[in-house]
Design a binder for this molecule. Structure first.
Ligand SMILES: Nc1ccn([C@@H]2O[C@H](COP(=O)(O)O)[C@@H](O)[C@H]2O)c(=O)n1
Ligand SMILES: C[C@@]1(CO)OP(=O)(O)OP(=O)(O)OC[C@H]1O
Length: 159
């Protein structure tokens, strides 16, 4: 069994979409990035790559490469899952936390969880997605950005 942790931050700005775990959330601001800036999926991919000993998303999908401009992070997650399969690894479970002052995310978490479980190839009860504010403190508290943490367990095929 292998464990991995991922963390990512993206800035909230006008005229961008707010996409978290592949789900578009209606809000007046969205996340800035080279890709779709889906901070939750980025943290998840970093946890998966970390557990597999495969580095990080910046190494796998450089933000200097125009091929990734505006790309859906779910497509990148699909590629990460292919990299894990190539090493004989599958996901056991995943737990994630989104740090976000606004908007309220509770109503979207079940949809995000179901979608990510599908991409991870595991039942929904092996995936958990939580949201918390940071009580108005720091950059997430001021609404300047959204951060996400992810922890995953990987299992070896046949293990
Ligand atoms: N953007 C957010 C942040 C939090 N929630 C939900 O509210 C609960 C309480 O949050 P605290 O930061 O006060 O602990 C939290 O457990 C989430 O369920 C949310 O929906 N959206
Ligand atoms: C996802 C990638 C893809 O180019 O771009 P960004 O959206 O800028 O996101 P970041 O979290 O900075 O990770 C780097 C890149 O891998």
């Amino acid at each position: 069994m292998r464990i991995g942790h991922g963390y990512d931050v993206h800035r909230l700005v006008p005229e961008r979409k707010l996409i978290l775990g592949g789900v578009e959330i209606p809000f007046e601001l969205g996340l800035l990035g080279h890709s779709d800036a889906d901070v939750l999926t980025h943290a998840l991919m970093d946890a998966l790559l970390g557990a597999a000993g495969l580095g990080d998303i910046g190494g796998a999908f450089p933000d200097s490469d125009p091929a990734y401009e505006g790309i859906s992070s779910l497509l990148l997650l699909e590629r990460v899952m292919g990299m894990l399969a190539g090493k004989g690894l599958r996901v056991g479970s995943a737990d994630m936390t989104i740090l976000c002052q606004r908007p309220k995310l509770a109503g979207y978490l079940p949809q995000i969880r179901a979608l990510l479980a599908q991409y991870l190839g595991i039942p929904g009860d092996r995936v958990n997605v939580k949201a918390t504010t940071e009580e108005g403190l720091g950059f997430t508290g001021r609404g300047e950005g959204v951060a996400a943490h992810a922890v995953v367990l990987l299992e070896e095929d046949g293990g």
